[in-house]
Design a protein around this ligand. Structure first.
Ligand code: NAI
Length: 269
């Protein structure tokens, strides 16, 4: 099947072969898409994206997603490479200095909080704005960003990333309305199960969170590969009227209250 045959797009945030974006890049190529890859200079030095780009013959453009200048050069570079406007973009970017430095939510460092919000949420506004101002996406184009259910419900250890994800989802609705009206471009977030990646492992108690979510999800946790399968459908022409949505991709976790398996673990009186 070549779901994305003839389609072209930018994929951000692939650091290494654990990254959700890495799996999306692989899957998009397998479905016939042509992609431009991007990450920060530092991540390109630390990770293994250079070798992926080489192996698959993809153009790689370094960009810090908090810099409008870098994003401008990224979008210009992609348009030049593709010979004009393109079809899809994946925002797969998240980082919290508070999480990294172990600052608990009740004692946040506010400079760190600004960085968390800038990198993990406002970068999405900057990216959408750059695409919009440069008219870089074709009619019925598709933009997807990754989020987590901690935007709506509290999860211990997720810290200020929860605030960032809530903002990311709000930007999705606000910009989705504008971009949809102007250009029929759709903008959605995918709310993914906890996944063992570099960013995921930074969250305190991640191992337990993975196990808990797996137990509480009728279909089990969605893996990064599962996520890639879902995201290519959102880049395809089969989801053209889906926009401004937060789409749960979590094995059913978000709709479960209590399971029989969980009840069985309760101590008997
Ligand atoms: P990852 O660590 O592989 O990817 C995060 C990426 O963000 C890295 O490639 C990193 O270089 C990039 N990044 C950080 N600062 C940047 C900046 N200033 N400019 C450009 N790129 C920057 O981890 P993962 O898990 O694949 O994360 C991708 C997305 O998925 C993030 O938005 C994350 O919050 C989200 N997500 C992850 C879940 C998990 O459990 N791993 C669950 C739900 C959502």
């Amino acid at each position: 099947m070549e779901l994305l045959k003839g389609k072209k797009g930018i994929i951000t945030g692939a650091l290494n072969d654990k990254s959700i974006a890495w799996k999306v890049a692989e899957r998009a190529i397998a479905e016939g898409a042509e992609i431009v890859l991007t990450n920060t200079e530092l991540s390109l030095r630390m990770g293994t994206l250079n070798s992926f780009a080489e192996a698959h013959g993809c153009k790689l453009i370094a960009a810090d997603a908090t810099s409008l200048e870098d994003l401008g050069a990224l979008v210009d570079g992609a348009m030049e490479h593709f010979g004009g406007p393109f079809d899809f973009v994946l925002h797969s970017i998240g980082m919290s200095p508070n999480v990294r430095k172990g600052r608990p939510y009740e004692a946040l460092d506010y400079n760190f909080l600004s960085k968390t919000l800038d990198i993990s949420a406002i970068s999405f506004h900057k990216l959408l704005r750059t695409l919009y101002e440069k008219d870089a996406l074709k009619e019925w184009g598709s933009v997807v960003a990754l989020t987590y259910i901690a935007a709506e419900r509290t999860f211990v250890g997720y810290n200020d990333m929860a605030d960032a994800k809530a903002l990311l989802q709000s930007i999705t609705r606000s910009f989705g309305a504008i971009y949809g009206q102007a250009k029929h471009v759709r903008v959605n977030t995918v709310s993914q199960s906890p996944t063992a990646t570099t960013a995921g492992q930074g969250i305190a108690g991640m191992e337990d969170m993975l196990k808990y979510a797996d137990r509480m999800s009728p279909l089990g946790n969605a893996t990064a590969d599962d996520c890639a399968d879902y995201i290519v459908t959102l880049f395809s022409d089969y989801t053209r009227k889906v926009t401004m949505q937060n789409l749960y991709h979590d094995g059913g976790f978000s709709s479960v209250g209590l399971t029989a398996a969980e009840v069985a673990t309760f101590p008997k009186e």
